[in-house]
Design a protein around this ligand. Structure first.
Ligand SMILES: [Zn+2]
Length: 428
């Protein structure tokens, strides 16, 4: 064996468990395994989980906060306008460097799979080429999945559909969209139809920014679900944000939820961003704006939480910590029961992995030896403490390690990895 982790507690509560790893895979798992390994780690009863997965991110914009100026109103629309000002000034090299820096942070936080949207409305496709380069370079450590995102609207922006098709031809994985940003409800629905047909033709997954609005009549999720049913795309489609659902009429939602479930459409909420960007036209009471997470889960719809933004035109906070995302999601959705808190942990691990379609993900024999040892005893404590990552393992190799003393002192706020940066430089 290459590595054995002893005395671990698993997310389902099994303990003490030894995890034996060879050739990048988990080969055996059980109490007190009679195996020897080149390296042994004593987890001391701490929690071992499969890596964190971010189901919704914008890596082309990350760490650009303040470029060319800060978002004064803090609103979604000023953020989009600001991104429009920044786009022509973007240099590929600087974008790659910012993305790689974020990936360093991610690895140190045990975040080893990220679905990132990439804006395709710039005819140069500069961000697409940059993130395809980043994807290739970080592949040994992070599964990066790219979504072709027509930020300025598929029909509203003149070359958006042609550019989206070019991006897919270059190797972008998933078809994106933004129906609520089109000029009319009708054009929004038309964009959903066109994009779903394109995805069905090419056998691709779909993930749209859908109804990121407080307008209760923004109902593009209904069209997305209906098109998913019509084209047999179930299990391959996600609706991101779905914030208008927060403001919708309850009677309408009682009809909508079973449609989403029947269609096999997944939902991705972005608690940090939804709680700061929604409800901006309200005085008091102010709406929270996040979609109806417990109700979606109760209807059988898989729900993941995404980080969405870190230090960009829309959000000046964040550090790539998916436990912070789960913590906010738990509060905003009032998911405070024991089972509900565990669902919040799943939303940044297993459920997100399922939505991304990650193969061989999990803590079980045969799975990739990708795991995180947390300074916590169970998933709820991990969320409560935003627990330190004692150890991050990718394909059986330790890629980030925090001395136990630091973990205990609560120095978890800082990225601890040096290894990843080292590996990355060597790979170049
Ligand atoms: Zn987004």
């Amino acid at each position: 064996m290459d590595l054995v982790i002893r005395n671990a507690t698993l997310v389902d509560g099994r303990t003490p468990i030894d995890i034996a790893i060879a050739a990048g895979r988990i080969v055996e798992l059980g109490p007190r395994l009679p195996v020897q390994a080149a390296r042994e780690i004593d987890a001391g009863g701490d929690l071992v989980t499969a890596p964190f997965v971010d189901a919704h991110f914008h890596m082309d914009a990350t760490l650009s906060y303040g470029l060319p100026r800060v978002n004064a109103s803090g609103t979604l629309l000023e953020g989009i306008a600001l991104w429009g000002e920044l786009k022509p000034q973007l240099a590929q090299e600087a974008l790659v460097e910012r993305a790689l820096q974020y990936c360093d942070w991610a690895v140190a936080r045990g975040l080893l799979a990220i679905r990132t949207h990439v804006d395709v409305c710039d005819d140069r496709l500069l961000a697409v080429e940059a993130l395809l380069d980043v994807k290739r370079r970080v592949a040994p450590w992070i599964d990066l999945q790219l979504v072709a995102f027509p930020q300025d609207g598929l029909l509203r922006s003149p070359n958006a559909f042609a550019n989206l098709k070019r991006a897919i031809a270059l190797g972008v994985d998933v078809v994106g969209g933004i129906p609520h940003f089109e000029r009319t409800m009708q054009q929004g629905a038309e964009s959903v139809r066109l994009l779903c047909e394109f995805a069905a033709e090419r056998g691709l997954m779909v993930d749209m920014h859908c109804d990121e609005s407080d307008d209760p009549l923004s109902r593009h999720i209904e069209t997305l679900a209906a098109e998913t049913l019509r084209l047999g795309l179930g299990g391959r489609v996600a609706g991101s944000h779905l914030t208008s659902m927060h403001s919708m009429d309850n009677y309408y939602v009682s009809k909508l939820l079973p449609l989403i479930a029947e269609a096999g459409v997944a939902a991705i909420a972005n608690p940090l961003i939804n709680i700061t960007l929604q409800g901006r036209h309200d005085t008091y009471p102010k709406r929270r704006g996040m979609t109806r997470v417990p109700e979606l889960l109760a209807a059988g719809v898989p729900v993941a939480f995404g980080h969405d933004c870190v230090m960009d035109p829309w959000y000046g906070m964040g550090s790539g910590d998916m436990l912070e995302v789960a913590h906010m999601g738990l509060h905003v959705a009032q998911m405070t029961g024991q089972a509900a808190m565990r669902q919040c942990f799943d939303a940044v691990t297993t459920t997100a992995a399922r939505i991304l379609g990650l193969p061989d993900y999990g803590i079980a024999p045969g799975c990739h030896a990708d795991l995180v040892l947390l300074d916590a005893g169970d998933p709820v404590e991990a969320i409560r403490l935003r627990a330190a990552r004692r150890l991050v393992v990718r394909r059986g190799e330790i890629v980030s390690e925090m001395p136990a003393a630091h973990a205990r002192l609560g120095l978890s706020g800082r990225p601890a990895t040096v290894d990843f940066r080292l590996h990355r430089r060597m790979a170049e």
